[in-house]
Design a protein around this ligand. Structure first.
Ligand code: PRP
Ligand code: URA
Length: 224
């Protein structure tokens, strides 16, 4: 069986960054940003946005050729290759992105990383982990709506690569330019891609994305 897709072993190329440029994404993001948007709408829009971003994020998902027979004739097709891709939402806010992603690749496995950044130092800590011990040869998709300083995403990707993941694609809804630059620097030469809904203006002094959408976890789960 021949495999297609994937990006093979680590290259020395810069991290691949794709910023979605689509009016539907910008429209949904605008409603998400609006502070009057209620949690139920926020959750629904997050899911829709992820499905749109996931289409781009899975462009290089590994597939194998398969033989099938249609009602008319034998044909060759493609099927998601094994080992199955692993989707890793970063708790808490990344959980709001999970349904949108697995809708697109229902055969994916799901692992969890719980991370929280300290409000003063902005340093992330990992408080929970439920992932396969061995990620050798796995393609991983990390989900986190917000890439602010980049600390949480760098720690999450490092964790997966150390466990043996071969390539990692992060899907984020919003990034700050500062955080994106930090992730690009940390991941240079590693097989890492990132797909984003938008890159905003800046980080503020509290480490929030400006204009951003506020605290994604609080807005998703009704604490805003
Ligand atoms: C948010 C967000 C990211 C992180 C981004 O999570 O979902 O994980 O902050 O910040 P960084 O790029 O500066 O690391 P938070 O730590 O607030 O936890 P939560 O998802 O439980 O709200
Ligand atoms: N986490 C969020 O939820 N929002 C930000 O703007 C920054 C970090």
């Amino acid at each position: 069986m021949r495999e297609r897709g994937g990006r093979g072993s680590a290259s020395l190329e810069p991290m691949r960054v794709h910023v979605a440029d689509h009016p539907l994404i910008t429209h949904k993001l605008t409603v998400l940003r609006d502070r009057t948007t209620k949690s139920a709408t926020f959750r629904a829009l997050t899911e829709e946005l992820v499905t749109l971003l996931a289409y781009e994020a899975t462009r290089n998902v590994r597939t194998s050729e398969v033989d099938i027979v249609t009602p008319v004739a034998p044909a060759k097709g493609l099927s998601i290759a094994k080992p199955k891709p692993l989707v890793v939402p970063i708790l808490r806010a990344g959980l709001g992105m999970l349904e949108g992603m697995v809708k697109l690749i229902p055969s994916a496995e799901v692992g969890f990383l719980g991370m929280m950044r300290d409000e003063e130092t902005l340093e992330p800590t990992t408080y929970a982990e439920r992932l396969p011990d061995d990620l050798s040869n796995r393609q991983c998709f990390v989900l986190d709506p917000m890439l602010a300083t980049g600390g949480s995403l760098i720690a999450a990707i490092d964790f997966l690569l150390k466990r043996g993941a071969v390539d990692v694609t992060a899907v984020c809804i919003l990034a700050s330019p500062e955080g994106l630059a930090a992730v690009e620097k940390a991941m240079h030469g590693r097989d890492v891609s990132i797909v984003l809904g938008a890159v905003d203006e800046k980080l503020d002094e509290k480490g929030y994305i400006v204009p951003g959408l506020g605290d994604a976890g609080d807005r998703l789960y009704g604490l805003a």
